[in-house]
Ligand binder design. Structure first.
Ligand code: SF4
Ligand code: SF4
Length: 371
């Protein structure tokens, strides 16, 4: 299988801001270019594009190509499931929307602590097993947004899972809030194939700070920033494919230019990416190096570097959905940023001389007021 998947979550739209108004003619053109080059993996989900993504896939792909010429991945919307009775309703609706009899790949969408507990409680894994027996699901996995410890737990309990979809990109690889590398290592430990989502961190690795940009440009003036980000992911062992939510023909052509006849990163390129990662981090809003000296003496046991990482994620991406999710995940069972008692212990230990109390207030204002 070629290592590029077409994500149907950022399709071109006819009316700016109206995500349900998909420009289906342009999507058809993109599908044609993609298929013509021998790529055939398409990823959709129940809620994408105001619930119109699956139908767009039916119109642009399913109605126009033989069923055995492409692969479709769809996802059970775990967040909307309120009991076991919902599974068949969502599943049948999705098959109908896509216009297919079976899914090649089917995932639980967004497994994290709560959705995993609910999925177990409602018998979600049994439902999937039944659909596999019926031949209506060919391959089963889940997309994951939580800590590696939970990933280990789920994969240990469910060896029938064939693949996992992880958020991996060179910036999150070492991130203390996303912990990409650790999740990747857990998936590999269990021998699972990996599908990568958010390879360019929702677009934030496309426009880079000048010092980071220079590093890429000096080595390869003609390579796009997207190509570095995608190749970083696709070069990792066990990565089955990298999803890209392409919004235009230009993006698609660029992706195809380096994913057709894919060449993994060489050692020099890996070193350049590491330098770029550091440069991007140094340009982050809060220059926290995650040394954790500050946390040793905090009477409230506030996870300061994790909160700052979530803050920086928001500053880089302006995506409250993602950054807020990481903040809430770390806040779960721990003191909030707003619960800092301003004792100042942390600042005495911070080698970066950060004004931690002030920055925590800003973090609280961002995540605890703005939703
Ligand atoms: S100032 Fe706030 S974050 Fe720092 S040690 Fe005291 S309670 Fe913890
Ligand atoms: S001591 Fe400073 S640099 Fe180190 S983790 Fe804490 S806030 Fe970040």
């Amino acid at each position: 299988m070629k290592k590029l998947g077409f994500g149907f979550m950022r399709l071109p739209v006819r009316t700016a801001g109206d995500f349900a108004d998909i420009d289906i003619e342009q999507v058809k053109n993109m599908v044609d270019i993609f298929m013509e080059k021998g790529f055939n993996y398409f990823d959709t989900a129940y809620p994408y594009h105001g619930e119109k993504s699956e139908e767009a896939l039916r119109e642009a792909l399913v109605k126009r190509y033989p069923r055995d010429s492409f692969l479709i991945a769809d996802k059970m919307p775990t967040v909307r499931v309120t009991g076991s009775k919902d599974y068949p309703i969502f599943f049948e609706t999705q098959l109908k929307r896509c216009g297919v009899e079976y899914f090649d790949y089917y995932l639980f969408h967004n497994i994290w602590k709560r959705s995993y507990a609910e999925t177990e409680e409602y018998g979600g894994f049994d439902f999937i097993a039944e659909k596999i027996r019926e031949g209506r699901i060919k391959h089963f996995g889940f997309s994951f947004h939580d800590e590696p410890e939970l990933l280990d737990e789920v994969l240990t309990k469910h060896p029938e899972v064939e693949f996992v979809q992880l958020q991996i990109n060179y910036l999150d690889w070492k991130s203390p809030s996303v912990r990409s590398e650790e999740c990747y290592n857990i998936a590999r430990k269990h021998g699972k194939n990996i599908i990568v989502m958010e390879p360019n961190k929702g677009g934030s690795l496309i426009a880079l700070p000048e010092d980071a940009q220079r590093l890429f440009r000096e080595y390869s003036p003609d390579s796009s920033n997207a190509s570095w980000a995608m190749r970083f992911c696709a070069s990792l062992e066990g990565v089955m494919l990298v999803l890209s939510g392409m919004s235009s023909i230009e993006q698609m052509k660029d992706n195809i230019s380096f994913m057709d006849n894919f060449v993994p990163l060489n050692e020099e390129e890996k070193k350049i990416i590491e330098k770029v990662r550091i440069a991007v981090e140094n340009n982050a809003a809060i220059g926290c190096t995650k040394c954790r000296y500050c946390t040793e003496d905090c009477p409230m046991e506030i996870p300061i570097p994790e909160y700052f990482s979530a803050f920086n994620t928001y500053q880089l991406t302006h995506n409250m959905g993602n950054a807020g999710m990481y903040y809430r995940r770390y806040a779960n069972g721990r003191s909030l940023a707003s619960q800092c008692v301003k004792c100042g212990n942390c600042e005495r230990h911070c080698p970066q001389h950060l004004e931690i109390r002030k920055l925590l207030s800003e973090t609280a204002e961002l995540f605890e007021v703005k939703k």
